[in-house]
Ligand binder design. Structure first.
Ligand code: HEC
Ligand code: HEC
Ligand code: HEC
Ligand code: HEC
Length: 412
């Protein structure tokens, strides 16, 4: 039997990568040869004839949706032209096993044999990838970050709590630099009635969970500052009285726990009101009931003066990563600008925007299962999903080139 020519898949890189060293040279995909004898990798040795046969399969079974050129015209259907061959093959096996829970694709591949799957995957992998959907991706309005959404949602809070949460009105608590965990618990306590305060209850009743998270993040990330309100008590006496508070509220009122509020720089009037509320039970909290009961009005005022003079510190909350910072992490598996060099990782560059968005949500919700992607999508909010999808949709995709090699010498 005559041995046919082998086709090696090469990833073509454009100029500019690695200082131009690899420019136009093409780099063979590095494959872990430990797995090379597995059926999944057989596709890397597809022949020209396999590809031609794959095209015939595509004509009858796939072109209606994915196009014969692998560039999908319908919403929700991914481009598959130039997609990594091993990935295409793997995903078709996943559909065959019902793994992605997508009826249309599951039914399409259900009765295909391995040979046909291998060939049609080789065919689509061999095609020129789609152009970046730059137009649509760029014109889609970028969603603002969680912090800027939070800032906008907090616009109505500033009238009482001061701009950026620095109080200028006695009785109004400072919100700046507050830990989001405590902040969110406080709002929920107003909603749920553990903190009886009709005005705050009304004010926050309309806040959605998402708004609340964003507002909390916004205040947490502002540079902290003391309330700009009078603090009439005796701060020195307050300092002495604070010995019993340090264990929970921290040295100088800088709390190390996300659920214990910091007291440093807090408005003095609010502080005294809070102590009274714990005492009379209108603020129902088992932890503070004891300390508050043992403290009279004068010492509460002194404690308030002491804490109001202490310098608050920023909450230990990381600033969320930007789309670009996230993309760097994604590229570790998906290749530079989403051009995968690992045959098992899909290329994301120039994929349809709507498909990328849908798939990322599917990983987040666990509808599409992947160990790697479950971890990676967990921390993505809607704005990041949109941002990353748009980022990859507008990257230039690098196709796989064929190199037809002569058949290997036959040893006698
Ligand atoms: C009736 C329309 C339709 C037909 C016919 C069809 N597909 Fe699909 N295909 C889809 C849709 C829709 C998706 C996205 C499904 C999802 O989200 O899981 C998809 C997804 C895929 C994927 C996953 C791509 C990725 O990036 O993960 C591959 C691979 C694929 N199809 C290959 C094929 C092949 C090969 C054929 C022919 C044998 C075929 N499809 C026939 C509609 C179709
Ligand atoms: C009309 C004035 C007013 C407005 C507007 C207002 N607040 Fe308040 N807020 C208060 C007062 C007064 C308190 C103290 C209530 C108490 O004694 O429990 C408070 C308490 C709080 C607390 C608890 C602070 C702590 O240290 O426990 C949080 C959190 C808070 N407000 C968030 C908000 C947010 C978010 C908004 C905007 C959606 C808002 N507030 C709008 C007056 C206001
Ligand atoms: C055992 C731990 C513990 C000790 C001791 C303690 N606190 Fe607290 N404190 C808390 C916790 C937890 C909260 C938040 C309770 C809530 O959600 O209402 C709190 C809340 C407060 C608040 C309300 C802050 C705000 O932003 O609304 C004030 C004021 C306060 N404590 C003052 C004191 C003072 C003064 C002392 C010492 C006399 C003291 N605490 C001792 C745990 C403690
Ligand atoms: C640790 C490696 C790894 C990292 C990091 C990673 N991915 Fe993935 N990704 C994968 C693998 C493996 C798959 C294929 C999983 C499957 O079969 O569903 C995948 C699949 C995808 C898909 C589906 C593509 C398609 O054609 O259906 C998208 C979209 C995606 N990743 C986006 C991202 C984004 C955005 C990030 C960064 C937030 C990211 N990935 C980070 C390994 C990774």
């Amino acid at each position: 039997m005559k041995r046919s020519a082998r086709i090696v898949f090469l990833t073509m890189f454009g100029a500019g990568l690695a200082g131009g060293l690899l420019a136009s040279a093409g780099v063979a995909q590095t494959i872990n040869l430990g797995a090379a004898n597995s059926a999944d990798f057989k596709i890397l040795y597809a022949t020209a004839q396999d590809v031609a046969e794959g095209k015939r399969v595509a004509e009858t079974m796939c072109a209606g949706c994915h196009g014969l050129n692998g560039i999908a015209k319908q919403k929700g259907v991914p481009h598959i032209a130039g997609q990594r061959a091993v990935y295409l093959h793997l995903e078709m096996k996943v559909y065959q096993a019902g793994g992605r829970g997508h009826k249309v694709m599951t039914n399409t591949v259900k009765y295909m044999n391995d040979d046909a799957i291998m060939k049609v995957a080789a065919y689509y992998a061999s095609l020129e990838p789609a152009d970046p959907s730059g137009g649509s991706a760029k014109s889609a309005p970028a969603k603002p970050s969680a912090v800027s959404v939070g800032k906008a949602a907090a616009a109505g809070c500033g009238g009482c709590h001061g701009e950026a949460g620095i109080s200028k009105t006695p009785g109004m608590p400072n919100l700046i630099g507050m830990d989001p965990k405590y902040f969110i618990a406080a709002i929920k306590a107003y909603k749920g009635g553990q903190r009886k305060h009709d005005m705050m209850k009304t004010l926050v009743s309309g806040l959605s969970e998402a708004d609340l998270n964003n507002i909390a993040l916004y205040y947490a990330l502002q540079k902290p500052g003391k309330a700009q309100t009078p603090a009439p008590g005796n701060a020195a006496a307050g300092k002495a009285a604070a010995a019993g508070c340090v264990g929970c509220h921290g040295e100088g009122g800088v709390s190390g726990s996300p659920t214990t509020p910091g007291l440093a720089g807090q408005d003095a009037q609010y502080f005294v009101d809070a102590m009274r509320a714990y005492k009379d039970g209108s603020r129902n909290d088992a932890t503070m009931k004891g300390p508050a009961t043992s403290i009279d009005e004068t010492s509460a005022r002194n404690l308030a003066a002491y804490y109001a003079g202490q310098a608050p510190q920023a909450a230990k909350v990381g600033k969320p990563l930007t789309v670009a910072e996230w993309a760097e992490r994604c590229d570790r598996c998906h290749g530079i600008n989403g051009n995968s060099t690992d045959p098992r990782s899909p290329t994301l560059a120039a994929q349809r925007l709507d498909y990328l968005e849908r798939v990322l949500h599917a990983y987040k919700k666990g509808e599409r299962k992947s160990k790697e992607m479950a971890v990676m999508s967990e921390g993505l909010d809607d704005a990041l999903v949109d941002g990353l999808a748009a980022h990859y949709a507008r990257q230039k995709a690098r196709g796989l080139a064929y190199l037809i090699l002569p058949p290997p010498p036959v040893s006698k």
